[in-house]
Design a protein around this ligand. Structure first.
Ligand code: ADP
Ligand code: MG
Length: 678
């Protein structure tokens, strides 16, 4: 059994057990699935293929005695002429004078090191007398920190493989091994540690990556299926004509994309299954309108709806726009932390007795005192801003209400597959027609005087603008403009011409509110702010978004910020003030000026930053794969996802013995889920 403790491996005594534990290796399985993090190539290359400054391995014969020169204190340099393909090149070794005696004239030797094309010499890292076998030419490198010597670790693995290879049972169905021409599990594991050659290694990795991704997908889809089929939700019944009437009343025509996602949401709502769906769409793509129609559907079926948003500003905005849309058709109320006293009590009572049809609120909605008469649909906006638990609490306020999550942070397809695997996903992939794309410019600080007059011109046309800075307090270490300073500076610059205000995270909620309200009423024209305005703020009259030190933001965040303008009919502008030092920073600024498509940006962001950083550290939610790489193994991900879908719905899963491994895996996943582990 692979679950056997490492103590059973012969030669592994208490001292080694302790060392293995430092690497989180307790069982034979842990050990065998600790794969090398990379492989060094010591394959011999012909001289003509060597590249300057790159690592290479050559084989030749010693043409002449090595010469050793000493310098400094105890430092030495050994130079040995080697005949390779009838050409003489030099091998250089530092501080290894003792090697001289091995390197006898006429001796065959294999050298690995960095090649200098101009001097025709190799600075040797490893040498080996005689020719290497192909197996020696691939050097697995394990991430074993300082715990083991590499040779010692390899010895333990070799022993474990000798004892337990035949117990590495196949987990993938035969049919898949055949279709994809995959190595068996046992053979692949063996090859990962001791590859015969690079082709075998490639195939072994392919097999392990597929298994890793398929199991992950199966887990996600098993959970999703469980939610759909074994949790009884609410089957909504509503009059389609009334929905059509509601849609006709809207001041715009729904886009095709909005219609499409609405159908998907309605199908879920009508079914007795519990909806667990993510609605993703770029900033301004019209998610709120879709949510409103879904909420109305719940109301028509005699239930209540709730929409939870991350900030008070956003709650008020949503309340405002929903109240307008529902004028006369439903009672829409607001519940936030700042609603207190009698007003709060009344509101809670009206929610409990069902007088309120739709409630818009912040975290205030998930407090114990909040009770519904019959909650049928929960919408969670900017869902990534909430913790898993917060989302769960609201969901539990009703008898299995349907849940619709919304996000305007476009997720690259690769990541959507992995991080939202347990949700159904609807995507609004089209913007309302007639929107003018925001014009984006990337400028340097020195342009400031021109930017000042540009802002004045926009304000003269009756428009407003934002100026964003990354941090709110001065910091010596980080050479950044801070909001307070900037505010004072701009306030002086524009004195008498326009009013400037300041918004940052250290203000109290009341203060923030005041600032936002006067900006919304155009009492102030320029708002200096930190990223608190990033989410959802809607002031259609604002046409300028100026971002200081733009290189400090991720692409997705810049895109969110940019989405604060371009919300009305007028042409809007985004100005990135940045002087990035590195190529990546420059590339990001260029991309921002070239596209306004959030999904495209997200793909770029992922490529530039890598999956780990994509979401920031706070809520990565990403699976950590041992071998698979979300970006590189994208195709495998898509394939595995389709396969997982087939497998999860296939009768063979229950009956066919070749599916037993996967069935066992899925059962374990569900057990853990039901017991509340994941
Ligand atoms: P999101 O929440 O996706 O960022 P909103 O729902 O706030 O976007 O919509 C942005 C703006 O576009 C709102 O002012 C809304 O009234 C408007 N809008 C929504 N759908 C359409 C449409 N189909 N055609 C024109 N305007 C629309
Ligand atoms: Mg929105």
């Amino acid at each position: 059994m692979l679950e056997t403790k490492v103590t059973e491996i012969s030669g592994v005594g208490p001292a080694l057990v302790e060392k293995l534990a430092e690497l989180n290796i307790y069982t034979v399985e842990d050990l065998l699935f600790t794969f090398p993090s990379r492989y060094d190539n010591h394959e011999v290359s012909p001289l003509s293929t060597l590249v300057h400054e790159q690592k290479a391995t050559i084989v030749g014969t010693v043409a002449n005695q090595a010469v050793v020169t000493f310098y400094g204190r105890k430092k030495s340099k050994l130079t040995v002429p080697i005949r390779v393909e009838n050409v003489i090149v030099k091998g250089i070794m530092f501080n290894r004078a003792f090697a001289k005696k091995h390197l006898q004239e006429g001796e065959t030797v294999t050298l690995t090191g960095k090649w200098d094309q101009y001097r025709q010499q190799l600075t040797v890292e490893h040498y080996h007398l005689g020719e290497k076998t192909e197996e020696d030419s691939i050097q697995p490198i394990y991430l074993i920190r300082q715990v083991f010597k590499s040779s010692q670790f390899k010895k333990i693995i070799k022993q474990a493989l000798a004892q337990y290879s035949d117990q590495i049972n196949e987990i993938l169905p035969m049919a898949y091994l055949k279709t994809y021409k995959l190595f068996s599990r046992a053979f692949a594991v063996h090859q990962m540690h001791f590859p015969t050659d690079f082709e075998h290694l490639k195939q072994a990795k392919r097999r392990i990556v597929y298994e890793e991704i398929l199991l992950f997908q199966l887990k996600m889809q098993a959970l999703r299926k469980y939610h759909r089929e074994r949790t009884i939700g609410t089957a909504h019944h509503f009059d389609k004509d009334k929905i059509a009437y509601f849609i006709r009343r809207l001041p715009f025509k729904l886009t095709e994309a909005q219609h499409k996602v609405l159908t998907e949401i309605h199908d879920d709502m009508v079914s007795p299954y519990r909806m667990h769906r993510l609605l993703q769409g770029d900033v301004g793509s019209g998610k709120t309108a879709v949510a409103a129609i879904a909420l109305y559907s719940a109301v028509l079926s005699g239930k209540q709806g709730a929409i939870m948003v991350p900030t008070e500003i956003l709650a008020e905005q949503h309340h405002h726009s929903l109240a307008a849309m529902f004028n006369q058709l439903a009672r829409v109320e607001l519940l936030t932390g700042s609603i207190k006293g009698k007003k709060r009590k009344d509101r809670l009572a009206a929610l409990h007795n069902g007088d309120i049809n739709i409630i818009v609120g912040t975290h205030a909605l998930i407090q114990d005192e909040v009770n519904f008469k019959q909650l049928g649909l929960v919408v969670v906006d900017e869902q990534h801003r909430f913790g898993v638990n917060q989302r769960k609490v609201l969901r539990e306020k009703g008898v299995a209400p349907d849940v619709l999550f919304m996000t305007a942070t476009p997720i690259p397809r690769t990541l959507a597959i992995t991080s939202y695997g347990d949700m159904d996903v609807s995507t609004i992939d089209q913007m309302p027609i007639g929107r003018k794309p925001i014009e984006t410019f990337w400028v340097k600080d020195s342009m400031m005087p021109r930017l000042i007059s540009f802002i004045e011109k926009e304000v003269a046309k009756g428009h407003q603008g934002y100026v964003i800075t990354p941090l709110i307090e001065e910091s010596d270490k980080l050479d950044i403009q801070n909001a307070v300073d900037l505010y004072q500076q701009l306030d002086m610059t524009f004195a008498g011409k326009l009013k400037v205000d300041l918004l940052h995270g250290r203000l109290s909620n009341d203060e923030k509110d005041q600032v936002m309200k006067s900006f919304a009423r155009n009492e102030t024209q320029l708002l200096v702010a930190t990223t608190v305005v990033e989410v959802g703020v809607n002031v259609p009259n604002a046409t300028v978004m100026m971002i200081y030190d733009a290189e400090r933001f991720g692409l997705s965040q810049l895109h969110q910020l940019r989405g604060r303008v371009g919300r009305g009919d007028a042409q809007s502008y985004c100005i990135l003030i940045a002087d990035p030092k590195g190529e990546i920073g420059k590339e990001r600024m260029r991309i921002m000026t070239e596209t306004t498509n959030g999904f495209e940006l997200a793909e770029h962001d992922l490529k530039l930053r890598g999956p780990g950083d994509f979401f920031g550290s706070k809520q990565s939610g990403l699976p950590s794969f041992k071998v698979a790489d979300l970006v590189q193994d994208y195709r495998a991900l898509e394939t595995a996802r389709k396969d997982a879908q087939l497998i999860i719905n296939d009768d063979k899963l229950e009956q066919d013995p070749s599916y037993a491994g996967l069935k066992k895996f899925i059962d374990q996943v569900l057990d853990r889920h039901i017991q509340g582990f994941d």
